[in-house]
Design a protein around this ligand. Structure first.
Ligand SMILES: Nc1ncnc2c1ncn2[C@@H]1O[C@H](COP(=O)(O)OP(=O)(O)OP(=O)(O)O)[C@@H](O)[C@H]1O
Ligand SMILES: [Mg+2]
Length: 558
């Protein structure tokens, strides 16, 4: 307790130092007075987070949020999943009357069924194997992206076939109409048979177009767009389907959307479930060449919280989603070509791809003449080969080169964007006039940006600028085979000789006839010629050392 005297002395002291007086009479900078002010008024408020702190926190948050999303994983595992499980109505086989068999795979049987109490339609699956994985994936999908898969309603343990045998698991989903993309594909009217569902207005695009490649590609694009949406969601939650194919895309007529089914072989990279590298239980007709989604060195998944924390690293290292992207590429080729919609046709395609070192470009060169399906080629080659480039991207041999689903959605085929040159052509109008009409300086008049650019490119192969442009070499590298003279003529020789001559620019060493001799010389002397090196155009397999050398010999100034 302070005495009255002490309080009085303190008051006098305060007044003398200015505490409690207006600013005009007090020393505002005085320590004691300042200490009574709010930190903000004193302008001494420190930021809650320093720059370094922000960077560290941001990095941690980013790490845990990037695919497959560890933070949402924790919330889902520890909070949402237990609640959803508790709320799910408990059902057993006795609650249903089984109907016809819908499918019978190696690991179980699928039945149509009616629920006795409600009369509602369901699909029941007796899983003799991989049932646990399928239950896990369906629970995960239901919570994380319920719209992307058939509505899962629960599971229960069944009676073992024999006494002492392992009991099967039964799984139940709401019945979604029973037609899969496979059923639509089998119909000879495909893709037009899907139009009434995907494009309801029969007077609007694309149903107002003539039957043909442009109209067909609209439906194919719509199917691909739906598939990509499904994969964006599935991969976003850390699940790789591993069995993507038309049979596993069921069509829900109410929402007019395809949904994914059959997750028995899927892998969950968020929690490390069912990804054991040695296990591959997929359909070889659709499987990516790498077969494994994870490096075989990947250890078994640890305890869930740790698996979750490590999941972004595992995902980025292995990019397992690209496995599904390859399957989608094969599915896309089936949508485009009638011949690949049969089992035999599809198996033949896969064999031919393997024979061409998994290069779609090499496959096309070898097989284009045998595939007499004009509509298919037209779909792929329209809009400066937008569809073809898309097919090549999806089926790249090296997984990292395939786009993730989210990027594939922006592809030129999907967005119907014109090629870059065409965009420029529209943006930068050039004076009208044909290539035969010359300007005063002897250069041709251009009526489009494309022909102007072509001219520039060709000129860059003359004495003054030397060599071909990077872009030209890239095209050749992707689509041509430097060891193959016919290709060289087609891709570069054509540009070089014909165009140069057309513009009156000649260079003796650059005529095709001269180059023929040079190539022979090169082949005969110092270069081993690989038969299948064109197969590497798509895939950059290490057969390249000779390429640069030949390029130099063919096209260097001499
Ligand atoms: N929710 C569903 N609604 C409607 N039909 C479904 C549903 N789920 C599965 N089906 C049908 O049952 C078939 C088999 O289902 P699923 O693919 O899950 O089993 P599976 O083990 O792969 O059998 P299969 O090897 O015969 O495909 C599907 O191709 C589809 O026709
Ligand atoms: Mg199936």
């Amino acid at each position: 307790m302070r005495t009255i005297a002490q309080v009085s002395v303190q008051d006098i002291f305060d007044v003398s130092t200015g505490v409690g007086l207006p600013c005009t009479v007090q020393n505002c900078g005085d320590m004691i007075y300042r200490s009574t002010l709010d930190l903000e008024l004193r302008r001494e408020l420190k930021p809650l987070l320093t720059r370094q702190g922000g960077v560290i926190l941001g990095s941690i948050l980013t790490f845990f949020s990037i695919t497959p999303g560890a933070i949402p994983g924790y919330v889902e595992y520890y909070v949402v999943a237990p609640i959803v499980d508790r709320m799910r109505k408990k059902r057993t086989l006795k609650d249903f009357t089984l109907g016809k068999k819908l499918g019978e795979g190696g690991f179980g049987v699928v039945y149509f069924a009616i629920e006795n109490e409600t009369g509602d339609e369901f699909v029941l699956k007796r899983a003799d194997d991989y049932g646990e994985a399928e239950v896990w994936m369906n629970r995960r999908m239901q919570i994380a992206c319920g719209q992307a898969c058939a509505p899962y309603v629960g599971s229960w343990e069944g009676e073992p076939k024999k006494k002492g045998a392992y009991p099967p698991l039964w799984l139940a989903w709401k019945y979604e109409g029973g037609r899969t993309l496979f059923d639509f594909l089998k119909d000879k009217d495909f893709p037009y048979n899907l139009e009434p569902y995907l494009f309801t207005d029969d007077d609007a695009y694309p149903r107002n177009l003539e039957i043909g490649s442009e109209r067909a590609s609209a439906t194919i694009r719509a199917i691909m767009s739906q598939c990509l949406d499904l994969l964006v969601q599935t991969h976003g939650t850390g699940i790789v389907h591993r069995d993507l194919k038309p049979e596993n895309l069921v069509f829900d007529e109410n929402t007019r959307k395809f949904k994914l089914i059959d997750f028995g072989g899927s892998a969950d990279l968020r929690f490390g479930v069912n990804y054991v590298p040695k296990q591959f239980i997929f359909d070889p007709r659709y499987a990516a060449p790498e077969q494994y989604i994870m490096s075989t060195q990947t250890p078994e998944a640890p305890f869930p919280p740790i698996a979750l924390a490590l999941s972004p690293v595992l995902w980025q290292l292995n990019l397992p989603d690209r496995f599904d992207m390859y399957s989608l590429g094969i599915l896309y080729l089936q949508l485009c070509f009638k011949g690949f919609r049969t089992d035999a046709g599809l198996q033949k395609l896969r064999k031919e791809l393997t024979a061409n070192n998994e290069s779609l470009s090499a496959w096309r060169r070898a097989n284009e003449k045998n595939i007499r399906d004009n509509e298919g080629w037209e779909i792929l080659d329209a809009n400066d080969q937008a569809g073809w480039e898309f097919a090549r991207l999806l089926t790249k041999k090296i997984p990292r080169r395939r786009p993730p689903a989210i990027m594939a959605k922006l592809d030129r085929f999907m967005t119907r964007r014109p090629s870059l040159l065409k965009v420029f052509d529209r943006l930068i109008p050039f004076p009208a006039g044909g290539e035969n009409e010359l300007n005063a300086d002897g250069t041709p008049q251009y009526d489009s940006f494309v022909s102007w650019l072509l001219f520039r490119v060709v000129r860059s192969g003359t004495d003054s600028s030397g060599g071909f442009t990077e872009a030209q070499l890239r095209v050749f590298e992707e689509d041509g085979n430097p060891e193959n003279l016919a290709d060289a003529k087609q891709f570069l020789g054509m540009v070089a000789s014909e165009e140069l001559l057309k513009y009156g620019i000649s260079k003796a060493g650059r005529t095709i006839a001269d180059r023929d001799k040079k190539v022979e010389k090169v082949k005969n002397t110092n270069m081993p010629v690989k038969n299948n090196s064109d197969a590497d155009a798509d895939n950059d397999v290490d057969v390249k050392p000779s390429k640069g050398g030949l390029f130099k010999k063919l096209f260097s100034k001499n």
